[in-house]
Design a protein around this ligand. Sequence first.
Ligand SMILES: N[C@@H](CCC(=O)N[C@@H](CS)C(=O)NCC(=O)O)C(=O)O
Length: 230
Amino acid sequence: MSLQQERNPEAGAPPYRLYCFAQSGNAYKVALMLETLGVQRGARLWEPRFVDFFNGETRTPAYRTINVMGEVPVLEFDGQRLSQSGAILDLLARRLDAHGPRDDAERAEILRWLLFDNHKFTSYMATYRFLRNFAREPDPVIVQYLRGRCEAAWRVLDAHLQSHRFAAGDRCTIADFSLAGYVFYEDEIGVDWQADYPHIHAWMQRIRELPGWQHPYTLMPGHPLPAGDG
Ligand SMILES: N[C@@H](CCC(=O)N[C@@H](CS)C(=O)NCC(=O)O)C(=O)O
């Protein structure tokens, strides 16, 4: 999506507004980067704009004018809007001069893990968790298929993290924020990271140690869901 000219932030508001909701791991990727950087810098970098996904807001014509893809997250800044968590993380890395690549080799490595995350890691995990927790009558065959795809992706990352502190090497980059989108919803996913994917578990601990780290359910609005939702 190209940047869209739309809105000027109100005076005194933080520089970034994030369209998000607590159950969205894709939004969490961005919220976590903005929150931890804000705490490190002693500045309020973002505010949430709650999106009522469970009551269909992302499917409304009004929301499609905000994001033609009908998705969360959307980042609003300087009268512009941008969707797709990977594109947003990349933009923030450049604008905030943090967690981005230092050279071409690192750029390629970060991009490789961002793409793996979007295609295989987050995508299967988000869909699996949605069916497992929020769908009314999920097809058990599809749920089982997605579980297998998740386990394959978890094994890939776990093997990689056996010899790397973070996805792209020795420090936290936007690839880690991307991969971290859904892992902290572990109860809803039904995975014991420590027992079955110990290197992912250790990496999650390193992410948790970022100043200002919060679980998605405290960082973003909308948890718990009102009774009857989902
Ligand atoms: N690849 C997108 C995925 C975004 C996505 O799937 N967002 C979900 C919430 S986590 C959504 O808004 N879905 C709306 C819908 O399917 O109607 C990204 O990384 O931003």
